[in-house]
Design a protein around this ligand. Structure first.
Ligand code: F6P
Length: 359
């Protein structure tokens, strides 16, 4: 008898922990007597008759500590559901029809989508178009509603903290200000957690508009107490009061942010007269091996998603809540971004240890 099959794909920006998810998913599927078809390069793998491979437990052996995704991914292509700044857009009907045809041809009954906000918005459209779909939340940005954490975030934070440790020694040797621009798109989680873990002195996040003068004030305050170096962590989506996000490039999907770090460096140098350098951490935050936390969370998500397929719980996403992995409707995860609460406990904690938010 032929085995039941479900498909899986990784979509959007890659992040550490994707392979841990695939390994957990494939092992559980095999135990439940399913065959897993892995589509290459995100949703694009569903087109042109399908670009795919069979994922067996043997194929996923040894990939737990590997960064990236063995399936490949893209945050571009025919299935874009969110554009510039998060505006929703509809996937063309012929594209959906072609995807459905591929699944039918391969005898695939359902699809597991591992993705962030944009990719899960696509997954929801697939589900609403009649394709049984399960979601797994992935993003270093940690900005998805309905889950307390996404895998990939902890690895990105670890990268920021490591970078700050390194920048600290060079900044203090030269009595300089170092500005480090980090990812996170419209959310400040990476900057906030990375800044806290790495001993940042100023943290600028999209949720708390900053003033260049207040940032300079924080630098002067430190100088006055004999602390002649300052580390400023800037989220790529941080905005000055009455200003807007710094957009680097516009493409077919979400626009690319960047440049705020240089602006903060320029203004801080002008207002304080100090030597300032900028470091844009960029894709280092997305690469490399996942942390232990991301390996474990990824494995738990993968295992649970395969169980949900077997239980027919379509339209659901696995989520992490109160130490448990549970299903929640995909719709609940993508209706709005989960942002840092400006008056929340973590921001208060940061302020308590003397961190300035430039406000
Ligand atoms: O969403 C993940 C993310 O890494 C964001 O933090 C960042 O803005 C964006 O993707 C970068 O995308 P790209 O890989 O297209 O440069």
């Amino acid at each position: 008898m032929t085995k039941k099959r479900f498909g899986v794909l990784t979509s959007g920006g890659d992040c550490p922990g994707l392979n841990a998810v695939l390994r957990g998913l494939v092992h559980t599927a095999s135990n439940l007597d399913y065959e897993v078809v892995g589509f290459h390069d995100g949703f694009e793998g569903l087109l042109n008759g399908g670009n795919y491979e069979i994922l067996s437990p043997e194929r996923t052996a040894g990939i737990l500590p590997l960064g990236g995704t063995i399936l490949g991914t893209t945050n571009k292509g025919h299935f874009i559901a969110k554009v510039d700044g998060g505006t929703k857009t509809t996937i063309p009907a012929p594209v959906l029809a072609e995807a459905r045809q591929t699944l039918q041809k391969l005898g695939i009954e359902s699809l597991v989508v591992i993705g962030g906000d944009g990719s899960l918005t696509t997954a929801l459209q697939l589900f609403e178009a009649g394709i049984p779909t399960i979601g797994i939340p992935k993003t270093i940005d940690n900005d998805l509603e309905a889950t307390a954490m996404t895998f990939g975030f902890d690895s990105a934070v670890a990268c920021v903290a490591d970078a700050l440790d390194r920048l600290h020694t060079t900044a203090s040797s030269h009595k300089r200000v170092m500005v480090i621009e980090v990812m996170g798109r419209h959310a400040g989680w990476i900057a906030l957690y990375g800044g806290l873990a790495g001993g940042g002195d100023v943290i600028l996040i999209p949720e708390i508009p900053f003033s260049f003068e207040k940032v300079a004030e924080a630098v002067r305050r430190r100088d006055a107490t004999g602390k002649y170096s300052t580390l400023i962590v800037v989220a790529e989506g941080a905005t000055p009061v009455n200003g807007s996000e710094f957009v680097l490039a516009k493409g077919t999907g979400e626009y690319k942010l960047g440049g705020v770090g240089d602006a903060v460096a320029r203004e801080t140098a002008r207002l304080t007269g100090k030597e300032v350098r900028t470091c844009v951490l960029g894709h280092l935050q997305r690469g490399g091996a996942p942390t232990t936390l991301d390996r474990i969370l990824g494995t738990r998500f993968g295992v649970k998603a395969a169980e949900l397929v077997a239980q027919g719980m379509f339209g659901q996403m696995v989520s992490y809540q109160n130490y448990e992995v549970r299903p929640v409707p995909i719709a609940d995860a993508v209706h709005k971004l989960r942002l840092v609460p400006p008056n929340g406990q973590v921001v208060d904690t940061a302020r308590a240890v003397g961190i300035s938010f430039g406000d």
